[in-house]
Design a protein around this ligand. Structure first.
Ligand code: ING
Length: 317
């Protein structure tokens, strides 16, 4: 029995600061309906798909900061998206910013959920690799304050058996770290879904600005190939509150090949026929971890003449 899904990447253009949750959800529903018309079983939305990417701003007032978060999921603003998913028989991945009170104190996360075709939440992921800083950089044209506004995710990198395959989630900067894919690869993941808000300009490393699109696809394609998994990367693109963000959302096969790519910087649906059994040729042969991977031989030692072994990377890196 072939295990084939039609997967849609639902790229978003900018979400203005002034746009309400209801207006953003209406855009998501329109993209879901278009994806359904294109035959989609599953729709992948970007990171922080309900609001502008507020970590680009210095926010001092706690109530204002909390206004960018969801206190429950679903909630009255997002329930229509869940209702549409059930009506259309479409699963989806949604990135949003989460206020959590389950441990007795307020915690803030950059989160994503996987929702099945019956609109049941299958699983949740909370972003682990938080880029940027917790400090205000007034000299920069925009901020990246994820370390200030979010806690590091506490759910690991789970993989869920659903829709006939093994599905995993990641968020934005996670895609640049090989550990993200490998931890899920060691669990046999077959489809990794992630969204991103990636500025064209990086104030800390302007010399890499022209490589941002290349580094985006390099990260997604390497993660897919080296773990024999499909990877879907979906942008919030275009100039959002003065920050120009990359697009080029794409669907990557376990071979590392890009099989579908967005060509605008706005709301755009791309789809691909995702045959989960195409993971096997990589997971059972070239990346058969049991037969070829040797973690017991991986030592983190830099031998220095006379100074003895030093664990980890030299400090000057
Ligand atoms: N954004 C960016 C990302 O990882 C970044 C931050 C950009 C880091 C470019 C390094 C280079 O795509 C988020 N939200 O993680």
């Amino acid at each position: 029995m072939p295990r084939t899904l039609i997967v849609a990447a639902a790229q978003l253009g900018p979400i203005p600061r002034s746009q309400s949750r209801q207006e953003a959800v209406a855009r998501l529903i329109a993209l879901m309906e278009e994806a359904k018309r294109m035959g989609a079983d599953l729709v992948v939305y970007p990171e922080a798909a309900l609001t502008a990417f507020f970590p680009h701003w210095w926010i001092e007032d706690e109530d204002e900061l909390d206004s960018w978060f969801e206190r429950a999921m679903p909630n009255p603003a997002t329930q229509p998206l869940f209702d549409a998913a059930r009506r259309l028989g479409v699963a989806f991945k949604l990135g949003y910013c989460e206020l959590d009170f389950s441990t007795g104190r307020k915690r803030r996360f950059n989160s994503a959920i996987l929702v099945d075709k019956t609109a049941r939440i299958v699983g949740k992921y909370r972003k682990i690799h938080l880029p940027g800083t917790d400090q205000h950089r007034p000299e920069h044209p925009f901020q990246n304050l994820e370390k200030r506004y979010f806690e590091v995710g506490d759910l690991g990198f789970p993989v869920w058996e659903t829709m006939g395959g093994r599905m995993g989630l990641a968020i934005c900067n996670d895609r640049r770290w090989p550990e993200t894919y490998r931890v899920m690869g060691l669990q046999g993941v077959e489809l990794v879904m992630l969204g991103y808000n990636t500025p064209v300009h990086n104030p800390n490393t302007p010399e890499t600005d022209d490589l941002n699109n290349f580094h985006n696809h390099l990260s997604l394609q390497a993660g897919a190939y080296q773990n024999g998994t499909w990877v879907v990367g979906v942008a919030k693109a275009g100039v959002e509150e003065g920050v120009d963000q990359i697009g080029q959302s794409c669907i990557v096969a376990p071979s590392g090949e890009i099989v579908a790519q967005a060509t605008t910087l706005g709301d755009e649906v791309i789809v691909a026929r995702v045959d989960l059994d195409r993971c096997k040729v990589y997971q059972q042969h070239i990346f058969n971890f049991a037969r070829h991977r040797r973690p017991e031989h991986y030592h983190l030692i830099v031998e220095r003449t006379g100074a003895g072994p030093v664990l980890g990377r030299p400090p000057e890196v």
